[in-house]
Write a protein that binds this ligand. Sequence first.
Ligand code: CP
Length: 302
Amino acid sequence: MKNKSLVSINDYTKEDYLKILDIASEFENNSNQNLLNGKIIASLFFEPSTRTRLSFETAIDRLEGRIIGFSDANSTSVSKGESLKDTIKTIANYCDLIVIRHPLEGSARYASEISKVPIINAGDGANQHPTQTLLDLYSIQKTQGTLENLNIFLVGDLKYGRTVHSLLMAMSKFNTTFNFISPQELKIPNEYKLFLDNIGLKYYEHLDFTDIISRADIIYMTRVQRERFSEPMEYEKVKNVYVLRSNMIENTKDNMKILHPLPRINEINEDVDDNQKAYYFTQALNGVYTRQAIITSILGLK
Ligand code: CP
């Protein structure tokens, strides 16, 4: 992992995932250290973010590193027409590592090809969100005691949800059974089903989930990604198809946990928040420890 960019979750092996989770667990026990003293990390957010940007910044602050960057590209020379290439080549001169979120699929890979410092993809369009996946793995392992042989229900926007795509690829290494619940318009893309077919993993597709969630170990809810729709009417048709309510999880397994990368809109009713099966806010906290593990591994400090 040292000096290697993290652009896709496929850039890491199963052993790499487990190593990151072990290091994250160490950081959960001791999050404030001076490991990043003297390091400068650039945080380049060309797209809005709350959790990813601020958990990266918290992770760095707690390790005494310094942060440069922006959360609004309009305040930079991008607004004057500067290219992504020139932006990355310039900023790579100022820092040890670049964290980038960008709306274009493939932008993080492109950045990694032109940057002299490693790149961490903090989300590129509908493509990948590998640091979210690692914190999801951490959350699953922590709540289930294992990553192996679990029954995972992925619910909502499985077409545009980049967190779903990365999580599927990662969990496929742990003999997962997948249940995909989405409206017809937002089904998991065929390439992912072909991938699961090729490696012989079981998956099931459903339009409704009320009768089947009693089998789930993890219910992974997702938001319908309004910003990826070109037609507002198409978004309106599907935006409230699935709403998880407290009474719906009464007969679920004791170990079952509800995850959501957040932000949520309506897909989890607030009456679920106080249920001990709701894990999404702790999941967001786990992002700090996991990102500390990723940064220090790439910088060769762990
Ligand atoms: N989970 C996630 O990526 O959230 P943000 O968009 O707030 O960073």
